[in-house]
Design a binder for this molecule. Sequence first.
Ligand SMILES: Nc1ncnc2c1ncn2[C@@H]1O[C@H](COP(=O)(O)OP(=O)(O)OP(=O)(O)O)[C@@H](O)[C@H]1O
Length: 145
Amino acid sequence: MNQSEDFFETKKRELGVSLNEVQRKAVLHTDGPLLLLASPGSGKTTTTIMRIGYLIEEKGVNPSRIKAVTFSRASATDMKERFKRFFPSYSDRSIDFSTILSLAFEVVREYFYKKKNLLSNHRRQERSQRSKEKWTSVAKESNFT
Ligand SMILES: Nc1ncnc2c1ncn2[C@@H]1O[C@H](COP(=O)(O)OP(=O)(O)OP(=O)(O)O)[C@@H](O)[C@H]1O
């Protein structure tokens, strides 16, 4: 039995979830993007969660490098809970499940603070340069140099 069959068999035994052929193929696709198009209730979320677990358990991906984004808060919470049930040994806090809106907010907030810090550093440097110039000229005028 190879590594991927082992993974699916273990999960089948532990969770009673037996992925079909297409779902397994999607889980095993770990390099590059993957578009999983299927009808409602056909098992996309289950597949996505198994794929995340496979990346961590079998491919050694650090959970904190995984970002799972979905549309609504309800489905982000659902994914988080299902992941916890499927892979209890990994803290649900190590993987970031969020909505698209909260991801956008995070990006904007980070950019804002970076920009604000850059601006204030720049202003601080300008102020210190001006003050240096001022004191050099005072020192010259007063023949201190
Ligand atoms: N291979 C499978 N064998 C048995 N049950 C499955 C399988 N895959 C998924 N299910 C079950 O089918 C139901 C729907 O699965 P899931 O929520 O993953 O579908 P979905 O495509 O994400 O749904 P939605 O489009 O509504 O978000 C769940 O109860 C899930 O446990």
